[in-house]
Design a protein around this ligand. Structure first.
Ligand code: 26M
Length: 816
């Protein structure tokens, strides 16, 4: 137990508490099954964190300090039990307790369902940031939505993706959450704006026609060795009263229930889109519900602590995780104007010093816009406020660039080419005191390509904060053997000070350390191979290169480029008698948005190619392809420690940062990647010799586009590429059914290969050949792998949070 730990651990009291919780589950230690024990453990631990959460909430020093409010529609937290045990410093103690009851802790932890309350990188980043805020004791509240169903569960039927609902709390409820009815809010929708005459002047006030209750559920974010527990507050939509009594009394039973049905649908399910704006009304309702409940709670905390409204920016900052919670800006304005009767200038001064916005994408199809008529119907008063914000803003634009109509058009919050649309990103930039991109390259492109006029209008507002990952979950918890090895050499303070890993670099050529390091990697590969054998019945060779691409399925991420490389290896194994290769297992894991047809076609193609290769006796164990279904945080925790090679192969300029790249490098994998997102910074840290960079960079991409790109030229000039592509058209991978994989072929031929897979193919193959030969030199490979772990300390989310604190939020840590 660490000296910092506040509560001494009372083993017998804890055992009694677990037994007590078993009783509440209707079990005794004799009748309880694994799942009951897991629930009893979770509930017993949650008692402690909940009391620490309430204590942190009531801490006067925190009330007097400035807090960050992290607003995000997604928090992809993953399982909490194991991670919280690490943070509480109780992992070994609880392992002992559990074994006295006759169980293994790791088996018990496997009982927990992942709370998959996010799609991918953006949601996982929010979870890592909450961990780092609590670890470093920067006062924070995370605000999200309490989805009844998280991201869909994925399975394959004949190779095609199937989606099933993710009932993550079923059937007993999630042990770590606690409902807070005393903190419920009420959120309005629809209705009209009333004009009220009051002692000589008029004011405007929204009269909603629908009200829904926002019920908060708190999850404890336990700071690593810090005794600090911050809330992740998730709002659930509920009917205000289960029945509209008047309607019920009128005998209109159905109408009475309608409100309850509407409210129950609001937070029913997470939208499964990633980097794509769907434009659905229910999604806008979710966004407003989230914003209004959160702004209401922030103001409640501020006023309850006795602070004046005008001092809001001194005590609270609100970070918008992408544009999804943008509507919080006009909501705060509405409350200040219509409920607290502030002047426009006073309200705007408060609001625009409170909000900051993080941009996570340059993809045009992901930039949110909402139809003005939809918004005016759902949120009539907010639409008026947005018009007023825009009107005043356009006056500033006209003052800066007199007579420049084009500038007015691109900067306006309203896009009036066609159906009038509200541009959420523009509203964010105008209404925030800071805007940031998520990696150095991305932030430069935000300034140069996405918002050049805003950058000119507000110099310095657009900044960079490079993303990071929490070393607690992504090394200490998921890779205990590597953690122990590191601690043997440099002590055990590195999880809170990741830059200390640099000291490992001195052992990069130490034979004994290399041996130990690669032995850990081997054990982690065996753990993954065992999982694959049990769940997919594929036998893997752990001497093979474990080549890993795990991320959402998207064309710009180019899983199909990886697939073409796999097919080219297969082609050579079959057709070139003298071809030899280092054995390889290529792992994929990815979910496709249910409405994204091409992404689903790529998954299908990978599965068909895998089936063929894995069952072709000519291949032997030279090549295996494994698509791991239902990718999620708990699966990543098994895959990442086992990776030798990390695939980060997006078309340059498209991946804002990536964070899987950081996780795999930290666990000793070598990156094969383009000059995109944070790959650029990983290269700076690990050095050119310890990363495999290939392909066009941003300038190269732009130059190629300029000159005109013809994928069919590549096809005709590169025989290996042509052969690989052609095998998508015949029945090599779909025996008896030629043409089933044509959508993938067409995407890079008929559709013009928008992400330049064919242009980058040859250099990608070259880089993989280099990996193939380097891996055979096990000393060389160990050297490179060790240096990756040693040199990526920069990518701790603790550093990201300190960047936000220093350059944007201006917070002070409050030690408890
Ligand atoms: C939009 C509209 C409707 C429904 C859902 C969405 C939506 C949801 C998630 C849009 C985008 C979403 O996520 C984008 C995302 O995950 N971006 C990733 O953010 C990471 C953290 O900054 C980066 O590392 C990745 O490069 C970036 O792709």
């Amino acid at each position: 137990m660490t000296p910092k730990q506040q509560h001494a651990f009372d083993k017998s009291a804890f055992k009694a508490s677990m037994t007590q919780h078993l009783t509440q589950l209707g079990r005794t230690p004799e009748t309880a099954e694994m799942r009951d024990w897991y629930l009893a453990l979770g509930r017993a631990l949650a008692e402690h964190t909940t009391s620490d959460l309430v204590a942190t909430e009531n801490d006067l020093a925190i009330k007097q300090a400035k807090s960050v409010n992290y607003l995000s529609l997604e928090f992809l937290i993953g399982r909490l039990t194991g991670n919280n045990l690490i943070s509480m410093g109780l992992y070994d103690e609880i392992a002992a307790v559990v074994s006295e009851f006759g169980f293994g802790l790791t088996d018990l932890l496997e009982q927990e369902r992942d709370p998959s309350l996010g799609n991918g990188g953006l949601g996982r980043l929010a979870a890592c940031f909450m961990d780092s805020l609590a670890a470093q004791q920067y006062p924070a509240v995370g605000y999200g939505l309490h989805y009844e169903y998280g991201l869909f569960r994925q399975s394959f039927k004949d190779g095609a993706q199937q989606e099933a609902p993710d009932a993550w709390r079923e059937p007993e409820g999630y042990p770590w959450e606690v409902v807070r009815p005393d903190l419920a809010q009420t959120v309005g929708f629809y209705g009209h704006v009333a004009v009220i005459e009051e002692n000589g002047h008029t004011r405007r006030e929204w009269v909603p026609s629908l009200h829904i209750q926002a019920m908060p559920w708190d999850l404890p974010i336990v700071g690593y060795q810090s005794n600090t527990v911050y809330p992740l507050r998730l709002w659930e939509g509920r009917a205000l009263t289960p029945f509209a009594l008047d309607a019920f009394n009128d005998g209109d039973y159905t109408r009475a229930q309608q409100a309850a049905i509407d409210a129950g649908n609001l937070t029913k399910v997470l939208y499964p889109n990633d980097n794509h704006d769907a434009g659905k009304t229910l999604r806008l309702m979710q966004q407003y519900f989230h914003s209004a409940a959160s702004v209401g709670d922030i103001l409640r905390r501020h006023l309850d602590a006795g602070h004046p409204l005008a001092a809001l920016p001194d005590y609270e900052t609100i970070q918008l995780n992408d544009t999804h919670p943008t509507i919080a800006i006009p909501e705060l304005m509405r409350v200040l104007l219509d409920e607290h009767h502030l002047s426009w200038d006073d309200a705007w001064s408060i609001s625009s010093q409170t909000f900051a916005y993080t941009n996570h994408t340059l993809l045009p199809e992901a930039l949110e816009t909402w139809s003005e008529s939809l918004m005016a119907n759902l949120l009539p008063r907010h639409m008026e406020i947005i018009f007023e914000i825009n009107h005043r803003f356009l006056q500033d634009v006209a003052a800066k660039w007199p007579g420049d109509v084009r500038k007015q058009q691109v900067l306006s919050v309203i896009d009036d080419q066609g159906e009038r649309m509200v541009r959420m990103a523009n509203l964010c930039v105008i209404g925030s005191y800071a805007v940031n991109g998520v990696a150095a390259l991305h932030s430069e492109l935000v300034k140069r390509d996405l918002f050049p006029e805003f950058d000119a209008l507000y110099p310095g507002r657009i900044q960079n904060v490079t993303n990071g990952i929490t070393p607690r979950r992504w090394l200490k918890f998921c890779n205990p053997d590597l953690s122990a090895l590191i601690s043997e050499k440099i002590g055990d303070q590195w999880p809170a000070h990741l830059e200390q890993l640099e000291q490992i670099a001195q052992y990069a050529d130490d034979k004994a350390f290399q041996k130990a390091f690669m032995a850990v990697k081997k054990r982690n590969k065996q753990r993954l191979a065992d999982w694959v054998k049990t769940h997919l019945d594929i036998t893997l060779n752990t001497d093979a290169i474990f080549d890993v691409q795990i991320k959402r399925l998207h064309e710009y991420k180019r899983q199909h480029l990886n697939l073409l490389h796999v097919i080219s290896l297969y082609h050579r194994l079959i057709h070139e008698p003298n071809f030899d290769m280092t054995p390889r297992v290529v792992f994929f894991a990815a979910k496709a948005a249910p409405g994204y047809a091409l992404a689903k076609s790529i998954i299908f193609a990978i599965n068909k190619v895998a089936e063929t290769i894995n069952n072709d006796p000519r291949v032997g164990d030279k090549l295996k392809v494994v698509f791991i279904p239902d990718y999620r945080v708990s699966m990543a925790e098994i895959i990442i420690p086992a990776a030798d090679v990390s695939e980060q192969i997006s078309m340059a300029g498209k991946e804002a940062s990536g964070t899987g790249n950081m996780k795999m490098a930290l666990n000793g994998a070598l990156t094969i990647g383009t000059m995109d997102g944070a790959n650029v910074e990983i290269r700076e840290e690990v050095g050119d010799d310890n990363i495999y960079i290939f392909g066009l960079d941003v300038e190269g991409v732009n130059a190629l586009r300029e000159k005109g790109y013809h994928p069919d030229h590549e096809y005709h000039q590169q025989p290996l590429l042509k052969a690989s592509l052609d095998s998508l058209l015949d029945d090599t991978f779909t025996p008896g059914h030629p043409g089933l994989l044509r959508p993938v072929f067409d995407s890079v031929m008929a559709s013009g290969d928008p992400y330049l897979c064919l242009a980058d193919f040859a250099d990608y193959v070259r880089a993989h050949n280099q990996i193939d030969s380097d891996y055979r030199d096990s000393t060389l490979w160990a050297h490179k792998a060790i240096l990756n772990t040693a040199l990526v300390g920069k990518f701790s989310s603790d550093r990201s949070i300190r960047d936000y604190v220093t350059n944007i939020w201006q917070l002070k840590a409050v030690k408890r």
